[in-house]
Design a binder for this molecule. Structure first.
Ligand code: FES
Length: 120
């Protein structure tokens, strides 16, 4: 079990590095969505070949939780079939983050996943 401080350190490290943040050259799919509660918004761009996600990036602005979960999500989906990635749930996001996000921050945690489900 991770202690709170180790968890916070990891999260803040990912937040400052923002892996996969930026525009994707050669994108084939995209979608963007605003969290209605806070106006934070991300856009996800994918490069899909033969139904498989070859690359993924995101742009936009969000809080620590939404940024980190979208960064991790765009990393984990590389190599997956788009149809499988779009069937993922909160349980998968909890697993990726290594924690269960409290209900009040659920919209932040799931913003990236909701965008992924709208990608076409
Ligand atoms: Fe806006 Fe988290 S507070 S996405």
């Amino acid at each position: 079990m991770k202690t709170d401080s180790i968890y916070k350190e990891e999260i803040m490290e990912i937040y400052s590095e923002k892996p996969n943040f930026g525009k994707l050259e050669g994108k084939t799919h995209e979608a963007k969505l605003k969290n209605p509660g806070c106006e934070d918004e991300f856009k996800i761009e994918l490069k899909v070949e033969g139904g498989k996600i070859k690359d993924a990036k995101f742009t936009g602005k969000g809080c620590v939780i939404s940024t980190v979960s979208t960064a991790i999500l765009t990393e984990k989906i590389k190599g997956m079939r788009l149809s499988d990635a779009q069937r993922m749930s909160k349980k998968d996001m909890d697993k990726f983050l290594g924690m269960e996000v409290i209900p009040t921050r659920m919209k932040c945690e799931l913003l990236g996943l909701e965008i992924l489900k709208r990608v076409k």
